[in-house]
Design a protein around this ligand. Structure first.
Ligand code: NDP
Length: 284
């Protein structure tokens, strides 16, 4: 049989990107699945994005992840957008199918899947989301598509929060409302509270400025922050009796969905989580 020295290439375009740990997670998964695939962490400046996409096609990459600041701009260079990308308006995972680039967004799907893994279904639920940035948009859209009944969006920037609520009300079956975040934010009575802001991400040791005493025993509280895993937000929520879930589950699930989109194989999710935990430990 002829030997094959050509690896399949995937990776991430970002700026900054040096501290993105996805290479460890995806390469652990490729090794566990016995695949000769490589994941490259690529610094791409905004003004070089068009050239980077030309290179991606010319070098036959199997796909690419996009991170800050390319998730919206990257849509200019794809041939097709999945349903969730059309709603969210941003992509984090692109698949190269025979030269056609197809855009997906696995952030919100990863969030929903990580809850499902804990036996939590969203049908009929009321969720409250802190933040209205990229992660919040993806989470709100996918929770709405997963059957969530009511979504309260709490954000400092009114325009961003109102636009997200409008999008959910116009394009999905869920009902969404925007609540202004001025000073210490009150939390509505809800089933699931989600921190989708960037507050608490390493090296920031802080937590969102909310009225923690509004958290009721049994409430599910989820953070999107993947590093540190056990954030101050989650610690405080537990003091008021909440059941908490960290951002590692979402990160692993979104990566696992990306792995499957690229390779067509089931992802070794346990291996991916262990790789991510090892990276977090190396940081602390
Ligand atoms: P964006 O920059 O798009 O949005 C940031 C959001 O945080 C905005 O809504 C912003 O509010 C809010 N915010 C920032 N600082 C504060 C503050 N001091 N008080 C209140 N609100 C604040 O970022 P992303 O949405 O892309 O990412 C958010 C976080 O999600 C990051 O930490 C990222 O690591 C994490 N993430 C995790 C993933 C996972 O798989 N676990 C996947 C994707 C992201 P405003 O609009 O008012 O400025």
């Amino acid at each position: 049989m002829a030997k094959n020295y050509r690896s399949q290439l995937v990776g991430v375009f970002g700026c900054p990107v040096d501290e993105n740990p996805t290479i460890r997670v995806q390469e652990a998964a490729f090794a566990a699945a016995g695949l000769d695939w490589r994941y490259l962490t690529l610094l791409v400046k905004p003004e070089d994005l068009a050239d980077a996409f030309r290179g991606l096609k010319a070098m036959n990459f199997a796909g690419i992840n996009l991170t800050v600041p390319h998730k919206v701009e990257g849509l200019k260079y794809v041939d097709e957008q999945s349903t969730e990308v059309q709603l969210i308006g941003a992509t984090n995972t692109i698949v190269n199918r025979g030269g056609r680039l197809i855009a997906y967004n696995t952030d919100g799907k990863g969030f929903v899947e990580s809850l499902r893994e804990q036996g939590i279904e969203l049908t009929g639920k009321h969720i409250a989301v802190l933040g209205a940035g990229g992660a919040a948009r993806a989470i709100c859209v996918e929770c709405a598509l997963a059957g969530c009944q009511e979504i309260t969006i709490i954000n400092r920037n009114h325009k961003r929060g109102e636009e997200l609520a409008e999008l959910i009300n116009e394009k999905t079956e869920s009902r969404a409302a925007f609540a202004r975040w001025e000073g210490t934010a009150p939390i509505p009575s809800c089933d699931i509270l989600i921190n989708a802001t960037s507050v608490g991400l390493y090296p920031d040791p802080g937590c969102p400025d909310i009225r923690y005493e509004d958290i009721r025993p049994g409430m599910i509280v989820q953070d999107v922050i993947p590093n540190p895993a056990d954030t101050l937000f989650l610690k405080k929520a537990r003091e008021f009796g909440a059941t908490t879930y960290d951002g590692l589950g979402m990160l692993v699930c979104q990566g696992a969905i990306g792995f499957t989109l690229w390779t067509g194989l089931e992802a070794p999710a346990q291996v991916m989580r262990q790789a991510l935990e090892a990276e977090n430990q190396a940081d602390s």
